[in-house]
Design a protein around this ligand. Sequence first.
Ligand SMILES: CC(C)(COP(=O)(O)OP(=O)(O)OC[C@H]1O[C@@H](n2cnc3c(N)ncnc32)[C@H](O)[C@@H]1OP(=O)(O)O)[C@@H](O)C(=O)NCCC(=O)NCCS
Length: 177
Amino acid sequence: MLIRPTSTDEADALAAVHRSAFGADLEADLARALILDDAYVPSLSFAAEEGGKLIGHVLFTRAWLNRDDGMPGFPLLLLAPLSVVPGSQREGIGTVLVEAAITLARDGGEIAMLVFGDPAFYGRFGFVAAGPSGIRPPHPAEPEWGWQVLELAEGILGAPGTLKVAAPLDSPEMWRE
Ligand SMILES: CC(C)(COP(=O)(O)OP(=O)(O)OC[C@H]1O[C@@H](n2cnc3c(N)ncnc32)[C@H](O)[C@@H]1OP(=O)(O)O)[C@@H](O)C(=O)NCCC(=O)NCCS
C-alpha cells in the first residue's frame, strides 16, 4: 500500500473513492468541487493506492476563523472528506492518511485543523470537541459532538469566532450527519 500526494487532474478518480465509501454522490461531488476550489490545499491531499488502484483519500481546505472580538482571525484547516473504499476499511489506511496530513500540517506551521466526524475515529489523533474552543462551524453541526478541533500550535483556544469555509462546504446539509 502506497500513500502519495495527489494531482488535481485525478479529481474524478478521487471522487469515485468517496462515492464508493459513502455509497452516495454527496461526498463525491463535494470532493470534486473542493479539489477545484481556491481553498483546496493540494499539499495535504493524500491518496492510498494498492496495485495501481485508488483505495483511500483525504483532503483539506483552507478555512478562516472570523473572531467575535473583531481582532485579526486565524487561517485554519478543515478536514473533509476522508474515505477508504469498503473492501479496504479497518486496515489502518484511514489512520495513516490522517496522520500523514497532521505531520505535514504541523511541520508547516499550521495552527489547527477542524473536522465534522465521529469522535470514535478522530479521537485517536487528538481531536477534541470544538465547543469549548469557541470555534463555531458555519452552520449548526448536527450532532454537535461531531464538531472537533486538533490544535497543532499554541494560539487558537480562547479566540471564539465562526469558521468561514469554502463555498462547497458552506451549506446546512454539509453539517448534518
Ligand atoms: C471512516 C473511515 C475513513 C476509516 O478508515 P479506515 O481505514 O477504515 O480506518 P482505520 O482502519 O484506520 O481505523 C479503524 C478504526 O477506526 C474506527 N472506525 C472505522 N470506521 C469508523 C466509523 N465509520 N465510525 C467510527 N469509527 C470508525 C474503528 O474504531 C476502527 O477500529 P477497530 O478496527 O479496532 O474497530 C472509513 O471507514 C470510511 O471511509 N468509512 C466510510 C466513509 C466515512 O464514514 N468517512 C468518515 C468521514 S468523517
